[in-house]
Write a protein that binds this ligand. Structure first.
Ligand code: 5GP
Ligand code: MN
Length: 315
């Protein structure tokens, strides 16, 4: 899965892990970095290895693996320090992903299908097309549901197709409690995270009505003050899109080791292209990310300048 995994990366990986286990395979799930605490409820999360904390052991596992499934990313740099050991490992790499422009040469087999809502939906398709639907139990269902629910914005994005809803019906038939999954993901934060959101919206948001755009920029000192942990800033970038007329939202965070950018749009404005052109990133048309090696000040300045260059597309 990609670094700092979200619910789709973790859910698709664990969902596949449970199926492969049920078939008698020996499976290890490795995350390139740590992850948000609010993913720990997922069945199997307690045995996921954090690569950065267990490099020697993980490298040995990678070297011995016959198959290496790469889920929810398609360019190796998204696995950070794991990229090199993954590419050097002798096992066959299999890609299951839904982002644009896969790094095809490193995978023996794979699909990178941008029409798919989530890697979790693709794992579901993989299970069904292998005629293994009968192996989908409540554990698999919880993991895949978490992934597809979060990646479709709780089923509101256009990617929430009829197949997504049919998949949910199949998952639901296992009898798992979807309300509990929702609450585990969205009603599971600490007070300081909500105070931080309030502060960010009140003091750190700029709205550029002439470009139908809003920017939230967060200095490192805010992350320290509010004791922000991995995963706590997820979702913040979506808030400005609830302002009437706003169709492009950006979140630029000084994470100390680098500046992390998140972009979201409504409609035609292609943030995948925007992230590629200006911020060494990519993603999907309406949700993308990137980074900057400049200061926060320089990065936001460059963002403002980029709006002028994109004025036509943003009107
Ligand atoms: P987020 O803003 O949540 O970090 O990322 C939004 C979407 O863009 C996610 O689907 C994520 O996987 C993708 N994404 C984020 N950063 C990058 C990047 O640097 N390159 C590519 N290709 N995709 C990214
Ligand atoms: Mn995903």
């Amino acid at each position: 899965m990609h670094q700092k995994p979200d619910a789709d990366a973790m859910g698709s990986s664990l969902g596949l892990c449970h199926i492969l286990n049920a078939l008698g395979h020996e499976v290890t799930v490795i995350s390139p970095t740590n992850w948000a605490e609010w993913l720990n409820w997922m069945p199997g999360a307690d045995s996921v290895i954090d690569y950065e904390l267990n490099m020697d052991m993980s490298n040995k596992i990678l070297d011995k693996a016959d198959w290496i499934f790469c889920l929810d990313f398609n360019v190796l740099h998204r696995t950070r320090k794991m990229a090199e050991p993954i590419v050097k490992a002798p096992g066959k790499r299999i890609l299951i992903d839904h982002h644009q422009q896969p790094q095809k040469e490193v995978f023996a087999y794979g699909i990178s299908d941008i029409s798919k809502s989530s890697a979790s939906e693709m794992v579901f398709d993989f299970i069904e097309s292998a005629s293994l639907g009968h192996k989908i139990n409540q554990h698999v269902a919880q993991c895949l549901y978490a992934g597809v629910m979060t990646d479709t914005g709780s089923f509101r994005y256009s990617s929430a197709s009829s197949s997504v809803h049919r998949m949910v019906a199949v998952l639901k038939d296992t009898g798992f409690d979807h309300t509990k999954v929702y609450e585990s993901l969205f009603d599971n934060f600490l007070e300081n995270r909500l105070r931080f959101i309030g502060h960010a919206l009140l003091n750190r948001m700029e709205v550029f009505y002439e470009y139908n755009t809003a920017l939230i920029s967060i200095p490192w000192k805010d992350l320290v003050k509010y004791q922000i942990r991995t995963g706590d800033t997820e979702g913040l970038v979506n808030y400005p899109l609830s302002i009437q007329g706003i169709k492009f939202a950006a979140l630029i965070i000084d994470r100390d080791e680098e500046i992390k950018c998140s972009f979201r749009s409504k409609g035609d404005f292609d943030v995948n292209l925007f992230a590629r052109n200006y911020f060494e990133g990519g993603g999907h048309r309406n949700a993308a990310g990137g980074r900057s090696h400049e200061t926060l000040e320089q990065t936001t300045q460059r963002f403002r300048a980029s709006l002028i260059e994109n004025a036509l597309q943003l009107q």
